[in-house]
Design a protein around this ligand. Structure first.
Ligand SMILES: Cc1ncc(COP(=O)(O)O)c(C=O)c1O
Length: 480
């Protein structure tokens, strides 16, 4: 015990000494308190020097010293309409003055209208009727979806999911998330997934086109059903041991990997032939990130269940949910009490979401996001020509990627990306006589991808600024 405490004290005093060397005095004090009182269990301490921000507006964050940071990840794509968006904030303020709290066993107008809006969007997009169940965070909505598909398939707790896929960190969600790192210390609670290769063309076998590789991945998956001895299918009963396949239309945490057009169409045919449900996780890519309300609309398949969160409320008040086909969620099969959380469908969240969804349509993101995305991607392609370390760039709408590699343009260089993120947070890049920092997110199977999710409201001038700052950053980290 004394040893453990000794090590702990030693570590904290190490942290404090490091902090004193790097921060101003107010910041120093806050960081010291954080080091003492906050758990290190979340992702703050992935960074060697955790960063404190004080203010936000539009595409920018401001630190305690008032330095300006252009945010190119926008709270992992939760703040699509920009920080401190006035209309969204006003919706929150109005709801605070009207009905700020209400137990979720009662109804309020905003919940009903929001559910209607989501259902109508899915009916328009896919021609399907269904219902919505709200919850608070993305992972909790994933948990609800797990209940739903297990219920619809006789309690089966096995799922398919993708290598590189991410669905959250609660027990059920991390069971279907590809990283064993998130499960290693906790054991299993029920759900398990078999992880299947995603058509990550840049790292796929050489000599295949993107479409050929997509087709190849589906063929490899279909092999599992060829014989009962491949482990997933009982041909006599005509039943799979698996309830559903969880997919992200574009992998988020996996590094904004965009599959070929033919992939999901072919995959869905295999699933339908074997009674396996398709659960589309739109938590990160939904709400026009890719230029369509639902990213899966790019791929001509219809979901059985669709899960959403993050940008639904522009990150202002947590709210998430699932939509499912009527057959899976009607009151007979999913009766009262099937799920519940004190804060699901909370009035502040639903009021904000209603306003945010109205704005997404008014702003015509379906037109502006593909155009801005194409412009941003052109800038990234130019950077790729100028810097050998940029192995791959790609994008769909404003979901963009830059994969950072060694000088061979292929070997993943995680250390370089870590250095970039740290340098970007120093806030001393320069453009037109002003100083800026950059807020970047890292993703990818090898943690070597800068995943770019700028505000959908970003201006063309801000895209130019982003490219100029990235150019400087790439030059700076390769000079060392
Ligand atoms: C695709 C996807 N699914 C699920 C989640 C989990 O959502 P939350 O972090 O709100 O629990 C995330 C979060 O990043 C995500 O990107």
């Amino acid at each position: 015990m004394r040893d453990t405490l000794g090590i702990l004290t030693f570590n904290i005093s190490n942290v404090l000494t490091k902090l004193k060397a790097t921060a101003g005095s107010d910041e120093q004090e806050l960081l010291a308190k954080e080091a003492q009182h906050c758990s290190y269990g979340d992702t703050v301490h992935y960074a060697e020097h955790p960063k404190i921000f004080e203010r936000c507006e539009g595409s920018y964050l401001y630190d305690l010293q008032g330095r300006e940071y252009l945010d190119l990840q926008m709270w992992y794509s939760a703040v699509n309409l920009g920080y401190a968006n006035k209309a969204v904030n006003n919706a929150l303020k109005a709801q605070i003055d009207k009905l700020p709290q209400l137990a979720c066993q009662y109804l309020h107008r905003e919940k009903i209208e929001l559910a209607e809006m989501v259902c109508e969007s899915i009916e328009r997009g896919f021609g399907l009727k269904g219902r919505v169940q709200f919850n608070v965070g993305g992972s909790q909505a994933i948990e609800d979806s797990l209940k739903l598909v297990r219920n619809a398939r006789g309690g089966k707790s096995l799922m398919f999911a993708f290598e590189g896929g991410y669905h959250g960190r609660t027990l059920g969600a991390s069971a279907i998330t590809s990283s064993y790192r998130y499960r290693r210390r906790y054991g299993h609670f029920g759900d398990r997934a078999q992880f299947v290769p995603f058509p990550y063309h840049f790292r796929g076998p050489k000599g295949m086109s993107k479409e050929e590789y997509g087709h190849h991945c589906v063929q490899q998956f279909e092999r599992l059903f060829e014989s009962e001895y491949n482990g997933v299918w009982d041909p006599k009963a005509g039943q799979a041991e698996y309830a559903a396949f969880y997919v992200e239309p574009i992998q988020g945490t996996g590094g904004y990997v965009i599959p070929p057009k033919n992939f999901f169409v072919e995959l869905k045919k295999v699933l339908d032939r074997h009674g396996i449900l398709l659960v589309v996780d739109e938590i990160q890519m939904g709400f026009f990130r890719t230029g369509k309300l639902w990213a899966i609309e790019h791929f001509d398949v219809k979901p059985d269940v669709l899960v959403f969160g993050k940008a639904l409320t522009n990150g202002l008040n947590p709210l998430s949910g699932i939509w499912a086909r009527e057959a899976l969620i009607n009151p007979t099969v999913f009766p009262p009490g099937s799920t519940h959380s004190t804060f699901n469908a909370n009035p502040l969240g639903t009021a904000v979401a209603l306003e945010a969804m109205k704005m997404m349509h008014e702003e015509d993101f379906a037109t502006s996001v593909p155009k801005k995305g194409a412009y941003f991607l052109q800038g990234l392609q130019e950077l790729q020509r100028r810097h050998k370390i940029v192995g791959d760039v790609d994008g769909l709408g404003l979901a963009l990627r830059a994969e950072i590699c060694a000088e061979d343009g292929f070997t993943p260089d995680k250390a370089m990306v870590d250095r970039m993120v740290d340098e970007a947070l120093k806030g001393d890049l320069e453009h037109d006589g002003r100083r800026y920092g950059l807020v970047l997110d890292i993703g990818g199977y090898y943690k070597n991808v800068i995943t770019l999710a700028p505000a959908l409201t970003i201006s063309y001038a801000e895209i130019d600024l982003a490219i100029a700052l990235l150019d400087q950053l790439f030059a700076r980290v390769t000079r060392r």
